[in-house]
Design a protein. Structure first.
Length: 292
C-alpha cells in the first residue's frame, strides 16, 4: 500500500491554514454574536460539529482527489461527481442555517443533500462495474474495517476526544489507508462505505426533523405563539386583563375543517387586505380559516 505523500502534504498545509482561518472567523463571529445578537426563537448553525457534515466533507475531499488521479479531468463525469459531492456537503450547511426560520426549507435542503450523495453512490458503483472491479459486500472485512474507524479511534485515543473534535486533516488521516490507496477499487469501495454512512445519518436527521415539525410545529407557528405570549405578558404587566376576544388568540386554534393547528396569516387582497386571520397550516390542501 503506497500513499500519495505530496498530496497529503499539500492537503495538510491547506487544511492547517483553513482551520486557523475558520477558527479565527468563528471566534470573531461568536464574539460579535455574544455582544449584539438577540436571543432567537430557534437555534441554527452548529453544522460543523455534526457527523453528517464531517462525513460529507471527507467524501467531497476524497472524490476530488479520486477524480484527479483516476479519471480524465476534462470529462463530464468528473464535473458531475465533484459537483454531486460538493452539493451533498453544502446543502447540509445551508439546511443548518435555514433551521432558524424555515423547517420546510431545512428539510428540502437535507433531502437535496441526500439525493446528491445517492447520485454519487451510483457513480462509484458504475466505476467499479464498468471496469470489472469487485464491490465490497457490507459483511466483507474491508467494509467492516472502514465502518469500525470511529470505534477504533475511541479505543486508542487516551485524550477522551470524540471524532467530531478532530480537525479535517486529523479525520482524513484515520481514513488515509483507504482514501489514498494506489488501487482505485479500494478508494471507490471505501467511498461507497462512507456514502452509506452519510446517507444513514441524513435519513435519521430528516426523520427527527419531521417528528419535531409534527409535535412542535414550524417556525411560523412558533413565532405566532411567541408573539401572543409576549402580548399577554405586556397586558398583565400593565394591569390590563385582555378582553374575551383577545384572550381567544392566546392559544393556537385547530382548523375547523381538518383539525390541524392554524397559523397567523395576513390577507393580501380583498376588503380585508392587511388584516390578520387564522389560516390552516395545511394550506393549500385545506383552506380552513378563522377570524381573530
Amino acid at each position: 500500500m503506497v500513499s500519495d505523500r505530496s498530496d497529503r502534504s499539500d492537503r495538510s498545509d491547506r487544511s492547517d491554514r483553513s482551520d486557523r482561518s475558520d477558527r479565527s472567523d468563528r471566534s470573531d463571529r461568536s464574539d460579535r454574536s455574544d455582544r449584539s445578537d438577540p436571543k432567537r426563537i430557534r437555534p441554527s448553525g452548529g453544522y460543523r460539529r455534526t457527523v453528517s457534515f464531517q462525513t460529507a466533507t471527507l467524501i467531497y475531499d476524497a472524490t476530488y482527489w479520486f477524480c484527479q488521479k483516476f479519471l480524465d479531468p476534462r470529462s463530464r463525469m468528473v464535473d458531475q461527481m465533484v459537483q454531486a459531492a460538493r452539493s451533498g456537503r453544502q446543502n447540509i450547511a445551508e439546511a443548518s442555517r435555514f433551521s432558524a426560520t424555515s423547517s420546510q426549507t431545512e428539510l428540502r435542503l437535507l433531502n437535496a443533500a441526500r439525493s446528491s450523495l445517492e447520485e454519487l453512490l451510483l457513480d462509484y458503483e458504475d466505476f467499479l462495474r464498468h471496469r470489472h472491479f469487485p464491490q465490497w459486500t457490507p459483511q466483507s472485512p474491508h467494509a467492516q474495517a472502514v465502518r469500525r474507524v470511529p470505534l477504533v479511534f475511541q479505543r486508542k485515543d487516551a485524550s477522551g476526544r470524540q471524532m467530531t473534535d478532530l480537525s479535517d486533516q486529523e479525520r482524513w488521516e484515520l481514513y488515509a489507508p483507504w482514501l489514498e490507496h494506489d488501487d482505485p477499487a479500494v478508494r471507490a469501495n471505501a467511498l461507497i462505505c462512507l456514502i452509506h454512512q452519510a446517507n444513514y445519518l441524513l435519513d435519521k436527521q430528516i426523520a427527527a426533523l419531521e417528528q419535531q415539525f409534527i409535535h412542535q410545529g414550524g417556525y411560523t407557528e412558533q413565532l405566532a405563539a411567541a408573539r401572543l405570549a409576549e402580548r399577554q405578558r405586556r397586558r398583565e404587566a400593565n394591569g390590563q386583563p385582555g378582553t374575551n376576544r383577545v384572550a381567544a388568540t392566546d392559544t393556537i386554534p385547530d382548523c375547523p375543517r381538518c383539525g390541524k393547528p392554524m397559523v397567523l396569516r395576513t390577507a393580501r387582497t380583498g376588503k380585508n387586505a392587511g388584516q390578520q386571520f387564522w389560516g390552516c397550516s395545511g394550506y393549500p390542501e385545506c383552506k380552513g380559516a378563522r377570524e381573530l
